[in-house]
Design a protein around this ligand. Structure first.
Ligand SMILES: [Ca+2]
Ligand SMILES: [Ca+2]
Length: 505
């Protein structure tokens, strides 16, 4: 009987074992590794030969540090990983390495699912996508650098038509005379995570240009990028842009939108837990918004500068500013056209809730226009501090201003506001909250003991947390502004002088 059972098991199991063994062998075959053993562009052992030899699903690695000067573009048309980890691998579009770029580096076909990891992609040049052209493929770039690539048309670093994911990427010194110094993104999906864009340049969208696609920028830094016209950091023409836990600093647009430019009526732009600082433009130093919907949540705009709209220029559409801090922005234009240190609203609809708008300035020779300048459209404000903005917190020269819901100013220029001389605020500082790409939280102005903003908000209209994520209300009621003071902080501030007194010799 036992022998019978054993025979049966063998008859059943053997074919299964054969099939499993065959599948494993096939899988091993599908995941072949190809080793690049030299820096040549055509010999056996070259990257080009490895790409030609590779089957779908294979991986190419390197056995040393190589700088590969391409004589023509490398084309990827299959599922393939090129992995330079463990070595310094540079793939250059400069044929002959004579310092003069000649060809695009990578072309990704629509049949490709490509991963490029731990590579430097440099000195490529083309009409579209100097470093990489993604022709409706799926491309993932990890821990790689694109630098010094250029395009005469669009996309200095990358022209992307497909699905592109960039993780821990560095884009530096890429350029185009058209749109998208770092990346030109067309229609599809672009996700940028933990990456840096610096010193990229274009006419429109110094760092990133989004044409009607979906773009998500997370935990990333865009600094020192520039545009001859629009969007020093990022430019949006239709589509969706979400900026989360990121930093846009020191970007320049010679016309509109130093940090971000958003123009089209279909735009949906959201800036969350992010910092825009020291960006510069002619119009809209931090952000220029003309169409669609812009939402700024739990973010700080500081030290941005433009002739008008130092922090934000609202030229149309809808703008929501929630739990955000606009501090130390400046409108530098002196003639009658200019002003709006924090915000200039030319038209459109704005809704500002639980925000702190302080220490902004305008150089307008007629005086005023330092904080909020409403020229037309509708501006509705609640639970917000607009204070210490040089000579005038609000300048209303047109439109409809709704300011009667628990707002504070330290002058009488904002209709409906409570005019208070006791809005005690701490300096712009890291007062906690979720971390951003800078390694710090977005900066806020703390409420100091005795501030008229404490427990003076409207519990029915205040937001459920403050800029830092602290739940509202703390104490009896919501506080006014972007910062809700906790009881612990009350204790610390009250007793700090006593402690200091006992520390001395
Ligand atoms: Ca060359
Ligand atoms: Ca409170």
């Amino acid at each position: 009987m036992l022998k019978r059972i054993t025979q049966c098991l063998i008859i059943i199991l053997l074919p299964i074992l054969f099939i499993v063994g065959f599948m494993l062998a096939a899988q091993v075959a599908r995941a072949d590794n190809h080793l690049v053993t030299n820096a040549s562009d055509s010999d056996p052992g070259s990257l080009r030969q490895a790409i030609a030899d590779a089957s779908d699903g294979d991986t190419i690695t390197f056995n040393g540090d190589y700088t590969i000067y391409l004589n023509s573009t490398l084309v990827i048309d299959k599922r393939l990983t090129i992995d330079g980890s463990g070595h310094a691998v540079t793939v250059s579009g400069d044929s002959g390495g004579d310092g003069s770029p000649d060809v695009r580096v990578f072309y990704i076909q629509n049949t490709a699912i490509a991963t490029l990891t731990h590579l430097s992609i440099v000195s490529g040049t083309a009409d579209y996508g100097g470093g990489i052209y993604n022709n409706y493929g799926t491309l993932t770039i990890i821990s790689s650098t694109l630098s010094g690539n250029s395009a005469s048309g669009q996309g200095g670093g990358i022209y992307n038509n497909g699905t592109l994911t960039v993780i821990s990427g560095i884009f530096s010194g890429n350029s185009t005379s058209g749109q998208g110094g770092g990346i030109y993104h067309n229609m599809d999906m672009l996700t940028v995570i933990s990456s840096t864009f610096s010193g990229n340049s274009s006419d429109d969208g110094g760092g990133i240009y989004n044409y009607a696609g979906t773009v998500s920028v997370q935990n990333s830094t865009l600094s020192g990028n520039s545009a001859n016209w629009w969007g020093g950091g990022i430019s949006v023409w239709g589509g969706t842009l979400t900026v989360i836990s990121s930093t846009l600093s020191g970007n320049l647009a010679s016309d509109q939108g130093g940090g971000i430019y958003t123009f089209n009526i279909g735009d949906t732009v959201s800036v969350q837990n992010s910092t825009l600082s020291g960006n510069l433009a002619f119009d809209g130093g931090g952000i220029y918004h003309e169409g669609g919907t812009l939402t700024v949540i739990s973010s700080t705009l500081s030290g941005n500068s433009a002739d008008y709209g130092g922090g934000i220029e609202i030229a149309g559409g809808t703008v929501n500013v929630q739990n955000s801090t606009l501090s130390g922005n400046s409108a530098t234009g002196t003639t009658d056209w200019y002003g709006g240190g924090a915000i200039d609203q030319w038209e459109g609809i704005s809704l500002i809730i639980n925000s702190t708008i302080v220490s902004n300035t305008a150089a307008y020779s007629g005086g005023g226009r330092d904080g909020l300048w409403l020229e037309d459209g509708t501006m509705t404000i609640s639970n917000t501090i607009v204070a210490y903005n040089d000579t005038a917190n609000c300048t209303i020269s047109g439109g409809t201003f709704n300011g009667s819901d628990h707002n504070l100013a330290n002058d009488a220029t904002c209709p409906g506001f409570i005019n208070s001389s006791t809005i005690y605020l701490g300096p712009l500082a890291n007062n906690g909250g979720p971390s951003t790409s800078s390694g710090q939280a977005t900066f806020t102005h703390a409420l100091l003991p005795g501030s008229a903003a404490l427990d003076a908000g409207n519990d029915a209209t205040c937001l459920s947390t403050d800029q830092r994520g602290v739940a509202r209300p703390q104490g009896a009621h919501c506080d006014i502004g972007a910062y809700e003071k906790t009881q612990d902080q009350q204790y610390r501030y009250n007793y700090l002088p006593v402690i200091l007194k006992n520390v001395g010799p």
